[in-house]
Design a protein around this ligand. Sequence first.
Ligand code: ME8
Length: 656
Amino acid sequence: MPQRFYITTPIYYVNDKPHIGHTYTTVLADVIARHRRMMGEEVYFLTGTDEHGQKIEKTAAARGMTPKALADEVMPNFQRLWERMEITHDYFVRTTDAQHKAVIQERFLQLQGTGDIYKDTYKGLYSVSDEAYVTETQAKEMQAQGLAHQLVELEEESYFFRLKAYENWLIQLYEQYPEFVQPDFRLNEVKQFVAPGGERGFLQDLSISRTSITWGIPVPGDERHVVYVWFDALLNYLSACREGFWPPTVQLVGKDILRFHAIYWPAFLMAMFREAGDDLDGPLPARIREQLPHTILAHGWWLMGEDKMSKSRGNVVRPEELLHFGNDAARFFFMREMQVGLDRSFSFEGFMDRLNADLANGLGNLASRTLSMLQRYRHGVVPTAVVLDAQDQEVLEAGRALAPAYLAKAKANDFQGALDLLWTYLRHLDGYIVKSEPWKLAKDETAQARLDTVLCQLYRALRLTAVLAAPVMPDMTQKLWTSLGMTGQVADQRFETFQYEAAAQAPVAEPAPLFQRIDKEAVMQEENQTTEPVAVQAEAPLDLPPVKDLIEYDTFALMDLRVGRVLTAERVPKSKKLIKMTVDIGLETRTILGGIGVAYAPEELVDRKVVVVANLAPRPLMGTMSHGMLLAASDNDSKPYLVAPPEDAKPGFVVR
Ligand code: ME8
């Protein structure tokens, strides 16, 4: 039987539309779910909305509507967004579903029956925004953060959950099963909260009912009370679980709600799954551990500057602003930029830079170059590779090593690390193209086997990239997959059986851009006028070499570029390409040979203004010394286009 994998996102409050924080969590869950499916596991992926509680009641009142009407209005924004982002959840739970309500009431009664829930009076401070009673220490923390206005004095009759009684088992859970909270440093936070400095006795029983609000699930048999929203919400993972998938394998949460998931949630489950005779002061039975989530994975926040992006702070970025550039682009950005666990500042410019560098230039350029070379040199038919030299061997080995390394990182939920490996590999391939110069091999009859090898290796690399990146970018990788002549869905591939070196199935297609390069300046200008960003169309794909490594200005300044005027021009005998010219560069007249004979006739050159590299060491070309070089523009394959200074520029002018 395939391994089962149950993954959840938090269920989102319906007091406002989703922002990129919610989007990030859900995309991360989706990327994990898609990976697991491609690993051959059977996945159940749950998300949904949290529709009860004071926040919703208040927002609805402010808008003059009932809480249920508010929930019905806002909830579809989440569903539509997940559809737009191709989120592959299996079920969408709403806490107002009758089936969910029934489970909550049933479990409430169960825990009342075991004595884990009892009735008492609470007197103390209450945080409206967290919907939780706060201890004095917490109240001081909140006051220090300027959040005092969120605290109110409260005295009410309440049902309590016997949280204190589970302290011993909770501590054993953290000590013996550290995989329960990831990353590690988040586990330490939880431990510190439960037992600061290792000292016990800090946990307090938890109030799990309210009489101050009416919008919630009634406590069975005592309907003046509604069930506390966190007891209600956390149990969605149980009420909406599909048979055979319990317990959750990975539960994603933002760091803000880690305490609820790493303390209350396992304690509720311990109470539900324990049996008469289990000793709460003794060792945590393995049988109980097996009913608890395997891992609560806590990620950090998207920040705006230094602040958390949140509805209440009013500084949110809406997903539509990113989706304007495509769903894959937004998904890729989230996975590539955020290290799971840490915070990250959002910048729109950073977003555009990342996409231009990695998708338009990196992957997009490599794909269009490879496809166009396969078309041009081999009519689209993928040749077979024979390893010819050390460089080919190195590329082959890098390809073989990539998938295991990538998948190990993906399995550890380190998608930033995985994508980093993949893009390093893609850069390596750019270097391979530059060094092996396939456009030269194409013109050399004796180099055809080498050309076959280079083309085949590039093809394999792209096919591997399509498979590995499929969970992150479902559409772009499918497009790539199809253009490589592969049939079916790339998402139906299994990592384990996919063969990097398998022969091609069919000829490749004509190149089409995978990602439209974003004209950042146009977007920024547009941004200043409207709030909606825009994209521009990319030019038709060219066979462009990648941008070289950065140099300092001082290195550039070593070059002496001058305006020149061609005085005479003649073809070099026995050469198709070479033209010998005399060029006035203001200070002197130079003899310069240029390989521009295919593009220009000598008579077209005379009296033309050109840009000369004036301090290039002289070198002999077909028996004549050339004292400099003319600048010309081209892609790897086109004819050279001489760079032309304006007509009124004078010979000798410095170009800088
Ligand atoms: O807390 N950066 O719902 P919620 C990253 N209903 N992620 C963010 C974020 C940010 N700036 N802001 C929000 C609730 N999130 C409860 C959960 S679960 C039983 C009940 C994400 O609508 C993050 O995952 O406030 C956070 O945990 C979740 O949205 C909270 O969404």
